[in-house]
Design a binder for this molecule. Structure first.
Ligand code: BG6
Length: 510
């Protein structure tokens, strides 16, 4: 019998030579993530030969100054360090194109320049447009790309677009943006990036579930009691981030995209194959099956929002959320959110999924924990200490990527005593090498035409549909659910603990 997983792996396309055009090339994302990712692909010999990079932005800069700025940051952040010899051959492929985002002439001259690059280098005309600008410019960039004919593919070549987050601020704006994108690029050429999907352990979720025969038979409401997804960050609003964050909040900044994507990977049915649509068809069903918290009462019952007040992290005093740089002193934006979710499908009937995300928690860690039902309480309950709890499978997304399984074992000795123990797998020790950065994998996939790890139009819209109800309740003029408080450096508000306590559960201690 043929194995669809194997066939897909064998036939996975490879990245093709192209010119990558980055809109918003003077910004943080380009310097800290995109260029270091491309550089590290070059270091590992994975960047296809003939890749050329054009930075498109408004500021006046020469190629030389642009390259120097990129080098300065790459030296600080590159995963594999900075090798002068590799950098100097890599940077020779980068140039700068100055233009306003709203000036058609800038796009026409870009088109001429891209043709020239292809002539100089014998390129086929493949183009990858990466929109990393502020969202206000997304519409203009897409419209002008079309007007300049840059979305059109000539014989045998392709033109694709990667769109960065935020992908809208609610369902209506996401739908609008989808219209605009799909006026210019077909859906198959549209890559909505969610860097969590490029993380090694997120990719491993499907392998864990579907390549190991022991988990899938247990992966349902008969054996699983509850599932938790935690994303804890110790940073606050450093580096001027408060300005953006205060308009977004934890729910829109991370739950709508990254954490609902993780949820769909945990809860989805096995896909029929590993094609981009095969996988995304199953993920979107999870989002579509989310029970909607569509009244203020349901939001109050299932969602907790919070802000931190001044506290300390690692012995260092930190300000409260409303005292952070560029945050409104009367802000009603949440820097913490905890939710109970219900997925209304047979597999998950009665199983609560909990998500929590917060800034200024004690440490940076993202993990998924699957809590299995306890063994029947018949044999060991009379022992001192009882049966000591259930099996928990923990998937550590970051840091210290890996998977552990909590089990119960007999304590060595002449008495019968039970103790929890952990079977632990660490990527770093098992494979002896670090994982690539998410952006490396995702850029390569876009060059290969593989959209599996990118969000499809309907996924983004379904996620917004769920989030919009909560936002609406929070912003209602009449009796909105309260904003809770917690001390920075603690594990979040008491109300988030109560949310789980009501179901007889507790947050896992990280
Ligand atoms: C971004 C959010 O998408 O993801 C940030 O805007 C967040 O607020 C970041 O800090 C987290 O990414 P990572 O990879 O560091 O977990």
């Amino acid at each position: 019998m043929t194995n669809p997983f194997r066939e897909h792996l064998v036939s996975r396309n490879s990245a093709e030579p192209c010119t990558v055009v980055i809109f918003g090339a003077t910004g943080d994302l380009t310097h800290r993530k995109l260029i270091p990712a491309l550089y590290n692909l070059a270091v590992d010999g994975e960047l296809p030969p003939g890749v050329r990079i054009v930075g498109f932005a408004r500021r006046d800069k020469s190629d030389q100054v642009f390259r120097e700025g990129l080098e300065e940051v790459n030296r600080k952040v590159s995963r594999s360090g900075h090798d002068d010899a590799i950098w100097s051959s890599f940077v020779g492929n980068i140039e700068y194109h100055r233009s306003e985002f709203g000036d058609l002439d800038g796009y026409k001259s870009l088109a001429d320049r891209l043709d020239e690059i292809d002539r100089e280098r014998g390129g086929k005309g493949n183009r990858l447009f990466y929109i990393a600008s502020a969202p206000d410019f997304f519409d203009d960039i897409l419209d002008y790309l079309k007007q300049a004919g840059l979305n059109a593919c000539r014989d045998g070549c392709w033109s694709r677009v990667i769109v960065e987050k935020p992908f809208g601020t609610d369902l209506a704006t996401a739908q609008h943006l989808n219209e605009v994108v799909n006026r210019t690029f077909e859906e198959k050429d549209t890559y909505r990036i969610d860097h969590y999907l490029g993380k090694e352990t997120a990719q491993n979720l499907m392998v864990l579930r579907f390549a190991n025969a022991i988990f899938e038979p247990l992966w349902n409401s008969r054996y699983i009691e509850q599932v938790q997804i935690t994303c804890s960050e110790n940073l606050g609003m450093e580096g001027g981030r408060g300005g953006y964050y205060d308009t977004a909040g934890a729910l829109r900044d991370m739950v709508q995209n990254h954490l609902l994507q993780l949820l769909s990977l945990v809860a989805m049915e096995p896909p029929t194959d590993l094609s981009a649509d095969g996988v995304r068809d199953e993920k979107v069903k999870v989002l579509r099956s989310l029970r909607q918290w569509d009244t203020p009462e349901k939001v109050a019952e299932n969602v907790v929002r919070g802000q931190y007040v001044a506290g300390s992290i690692d012995g260092r005093g930190v300000p409260g959320y409303r005292e952070e740089d560029r945050v409104d002193p009367e802000s009603m934006t949440e820097a913490y959110v905890a939710l109970r979710l219900r997925i209304d499908v047979w597999r998950w009937s009665g199983v609560p999924f909990y998500i929590r995300m917060g800034k200024r928690l004690p440490k940076k860690a993202t993990e998924i924990s699957v809590h299995f039902k306890e063994a029947p309480d018949v044999l060991f309950s009379a022992l001192p200490g009882g049966t000591t709890g259930s099996n928990v499978l923990v998937i550590r997304i970051q840091p210290d990527e890996g998977i552990s399984l909590r089990m119960v074992s007999k304590l060595p000795g002449t008495n019968l005593r039970l103790e929890p123990v952990k079977m632990d797998f660490h990527y770093s020790t098992s494979f002896g090498k670090g994982s690539p950065e998410a952006y490396e994998r995702l850029l390569l996939d876009a060059m290969a035409g593989d959209a599996t790890l990118f969000a499809r139009r309907d996924e983004v819209e379904e996620a917004w549909r769920f989030i919009d109800h909560i936002q609406r309740a929070w912003h209602a003029s009449d009796n909105p659910p309260p904003m809770t408080e917690f001390v920075a450096g603690s594990w979040g508000p008491k109300e988030a603990d109560d949310l789980l306590k009501a179901d007889g559960h507790a947050w896992r201690r990280l």
